[in-house]
Design a protein around this ligand. Structure first.
Ligand code: AMP
Length: 282
């Protein structure tokens, strides 16, 4: 596996691959890799001849009060996982490689879409995500890029950005990977102490409850929200950021459950903010 820390190294290698007629996949991550990332990488390897994984904790998607400094990092462990899964190249740049000190250009979707759900409490988050993903697309120029359904709003926003900016990149969404007990895998799960880890199960339990109600034929979005909120409130360590039912493409609230509706939540367990969701499929 090639370890690249500069944009120039990535470009030179990708140029060689493309000259040899090989297809290139990109999996953008913030490192501290787990089985959820590994599934994205496996998917990328099954669809592309070379796979680049970026592990970059992107400062522009964190607000000043958020966990940029404490975000978990372990590059050696990440490399071991990446090698085991057959990654061709890891891109691990310094912040100074990605952002000039006076960088002032952003990619931002100027619609309601990034203001919904996570955007309500994280108003600059998706601007940072779009900017860094756009830069990674320009650096790696992949044929396909892989994103998890775990971050459903992010996936929808990236799809919109790719459409609006005419990126010639296929976006592949991958299902949520969960721990055996249901908790969605996340690098942030490491913040949880034993008691909080147990309490965090209220997210997946509430997701499964919502799925059950939909499967039983409930079509009233407010009833689904009420049932989920009531369930989350049974957990004393949980504090709801949002529970919402939205259109799976536009992220705008809907009243009725139909195909491709997204049921999503963000919940604080102690100080840790966790997200989970499901898509209603026909
Ligand atoms: P992150 O490192 O948390 O920024 O995530 C990098 C990519 O991995 C994003 O596309 C996430 O949606 C995806 N991802 C993270 N956790 C999971 C999970 N549990 N299941 C599926 N995809 C995930």
């Amino acid at each position: 596996m090639i370890i690249a820390t500069t944009i120039a190294e990535v470009r030179a290698q990708v140029r060689e691959w493309k000259q040899a007629g090989l297809t290139v996949g990109l999996v953008p991550t913030m490192g501290y890799l787990h089985e959820g990332h590994a599934k994205l990488i496996d998917q990328a390897i099954s669809m592309c001849q070379r796979v680049v994984v970026s592990t970059f904790v992107n400062p522009t998607q964190f607000a000043p009060n958020e966990d940029l400094d404490s975000y978990p990092r372990d590059f050696d462990r990440d490399c071991a996982l990446l090698r085991a899964h057959g990654c061709s190249m890891v891109f691990y740049p310094l912040v100074s490689e990605m952002y000039e000190p006076d960088a002032a250009t952003y990619v931002e979707i100027l619609s309601e879409m990034p203001k919904q759900l996570c955007g309500k409490t994280r108003p600059t988050h998706f601007r940072g995500v779009c900017t860094v993903v756009s830069k990674l697309f320009n650096i790696v120029t992949p044929d396909k890029a892989f994103f998890g359904q775990k971050d459903a709003q992010q996936l929808a926003i990236i799809r919109r950005m790719v459409r609006d900016m005419s990126y010639n990149i296929e976006i592949v969404g991958c299902p949520i990977v969960r721990e055996e007990d249901g908790l969605a895998k996340s690098s942030r799960n490491t913040y949880l102490n034993t008691e909080e880890r147990q309490a965090a199960l209220i997210l997946s339990k509430s997701i499964f409850l919502g799925q059950k109600l939909v499967a039983e034929g409930e079509t009233n979005a407010n009833k689904i929200i009420d049932a989920i909120v009531t369930n989350i409130c049974t957990e004393p360590l949980a504090r709801i950021d949002y529970v919402a039912v939205v259109d799976g493409i536009t992220m705008m609230p809907v009243k009725k459950i139909t195909d491709n509706v997204l049921v999503a939540m963000a919940v604080y367990i102690g100080k840790t903010r966790l997200i989970d969701n499901f898509i209603v499929e026909g």
